[in-house]
Ligand binder design. Structure first.
Ligand SMILES: [Zn+2]
Length: 295
């Protein structure tokens, strides 16, 4: 048995994780099986140097990649999910939340705040797939809404980074309402002439795709990221037809006009800075008076 397949701690192979950042100094690429050296992976933004495969990384890691060092200020970290439906499947919802908090060190599936990208101030929110599949419940929706309000108040650009399985079923209709709430706030942002840059990573699906993720003025996606509403199997069974090659992948969406550019993670910061510079500081329409949120 090759050493990288052993289950012993510290040298786990690719079977020991679910597409996230694995443990150990040596890491096997999920795509091409190349053995990669962890410090080099860190430098390469957790992409395979051989085949370009993009590992799923957490929200904080991604914020580090995009923002100027030390510029990030987290906001609305005190919001926590309630359990108004007293939802229970094989486990109670509060138990699932507690386990996700313990696993990720996050308070919910999104980290939001402000920072700068090559000196340009932005409001930014990054979903984290590691926390209950990046699902959008009331906390995720409220943080996206508030970060958008803060962008409006400070007249900054908004950047959202998505990685989500969709709405959080444990919150039922309350999670679906977040789609309307976030979309309404983004409409206000558009009315004020402020830009929203949406970055889509693997996977961006369900209610997140059906709301703020696809409402970017500019939509950037990582190579081969799965982007869609329903999964390909559901669609295939519903329409009873074979799906085309590469269906719901970033490149397919680019070809069909749903994505503006497919960008390698190593180039995402430069690309984002360029997009923000294109929009510039000047709003396209004068600001209207509105209630301000403390910043
Ligand atoms: Zn590879």
């Amino acid at each position: 048995m090759p050493w990288f397949r052993r289950a012993k701690k510290g040298i786990k192979g690719s079977g020991s994780h679910k597409k996230g950042v694995p443990e150990g100094v040596w890491i096997k690429c999920d795509e091409c099986s190349e053995i990669l050296y962890r410090p080099e992976m860190d430098r390469a933004g957790w992409t395979c140097q051989k085949c370009g495969y993009h590992f799923r990384i957490g929200s904080r890691k991604y914020l580090d990649l995009l923002l100027d060092e030390g510029s990030f200020v987290e906001q609305d970290a005190d919001l926590t999910a309630a359990d108004p439906l007293k939802f229970r499947d094989s486990k109670r919802y509060p138990e699932r939340l507690a386990a996700a908090k313990e696993k990720t060190g996050l308070s919910d599936a999104i980290v939001a705040g402000r920072g700068t990208v090559k000196g340009t101030p932005v409001s930014i929110a990054a979903l984290d797939f590691g926390f209950m599949g990046g699902s959008m419940g009331s906390v995720v929706g409220e943080r996206v809404a508030r970060v958008t309000e803060r962008a409006l108040d400070a007249r900054r650009a908004l950047v959202t980074l998505s990685s989500s399985g969709g709405a959080r079923m444990q919150e039922g209709i309350l999670s679906l309402m977040q789609m309307a709430k976030t979309s309404a706030l983004l409409a206000q942002l558009a009315d004020e002439g402020l830009p929203h840059v949406s970055i889509l990573t693997d996977p961006t699906t369900g209610g997140v795709t059906a709301s703020f993720a696809m409402l970017g003025d500019i939509i950037l996606a990582e190579p081969k990221a799965l982007i869609g509403f329903a999964g390909p199997r559901v669609i295939k069974e519903t329409i009873q037809q074979e799906l085309p090659e590469g269906f719901q992948r970033a490149e397919f969406l680019l070809e069909h006009g749903f994505v503006d550019r497919v960008v390698h993670r190593k180039e995402m910061r430069d690309e984002l800075a360029q997009v923000l510079a294109f929009f510039g500081d000047a709003p396209m329409v004068p600001p209207a008076p509105r209630r301000r949120r403390d910043d």
